[in-house]
Design a protein around this ligand. Structure first.
Ligand code: GAR
Length: 202
């Protein structure tokens, strides 16, 4: 059984979808802990499902490296097989990425490499894109530059706001994230191999 830590910053709606999927006894992964960089609203979902949680407040640390060191220490307590960044709005310091790579994945509300960064939905709208999307990637040292594990297009509608577009992207993200976690857990997808879940494993 693949053990998973999920890190969030916000409402955690994608976290909740993963918790729901993982509560099915047939799902091959289980969430062992949820962490956040602040008192995130989404931590309540962990409580609902009886999953332990921790907070490593960004504001209590003098540097990204100091914050990352405490985050790393918390993660080592749980020793997850996989770390899912599900709306964690902080870049992990290089030392944390190096310690866990390639076992950190991230969901992003755009069709990478288009519109990376903290405002993927807003940037797609500002660019006048007819389509954007959702992506699940492996985290590397860059900003949303790691290998793409799954992605799907979402149309931008003429009257979309950042909110309406993001709310249409999120269900796609959830489906991709659950599929990717399942594929990693079953061994269909081997992180670091460059294979996408839809491709036959070598
Ligand atoms: C998700 O759309 C996620 O992809 C995005 O934050 C949202 C979190 O929503 N992450 C990023 O933009 C990271 N660059 P949620 O808290 O409701 O799951």
């Amino acid at each position: 059984m693949l053990t998973v830590a999920v890190l969030i910053s916000g409402t955690g709606s994608n976290l909740r979808a993963l918790l729901e999927a993982a509560s099915d006894p047939g799902f091959p992964a289980r969430i062992v802990v949820v962490g956040a960089d602040r008192e995130a609203e989404g931590l309540a979902h962990a409580e609902d499902f009886g999953i332990p949680s921790f907070t490593v407040p960004w504001s209590a640390h003098e540097s990204r490296e100091a914050w990352g060191a405490e985050l790393d220490a918390q993660l080592r307590v749980w020793r997850p097989d996989l770390i899912v960044l599900s709306g964690l709005m902080r870049l992990l310091p290089a030392a944390v990425v190096a310690a866990w790579a390639p076992r950190i994945i991230n969901t992003h509300p755009a069709y990478l490499p288009e519109f990376p960064g903290a405002h993927g939905v807003r940037d797609a709208l500002a660019a006048g894109a007819a389509q954007t999307g959702a992506s699940v990637i492996v985290v590397d040292d860059g900003v949303d530059t790691g290998p793409i594990l799954a992605q799907e297009r979402v149309d931008v509608l003429a009257d979309d706001t950042e909110h309406t577009l993001h709310e249409r992207i999120k269900p796609v993200e959830r489906r991709l994230l659950i599929d990717v976690v399942r594929a990693i857990a079953t061994g269909e997808l081997v992180l670091g191999s460059g294979a996408r879940p839809s491709e036959p494993s070598a």
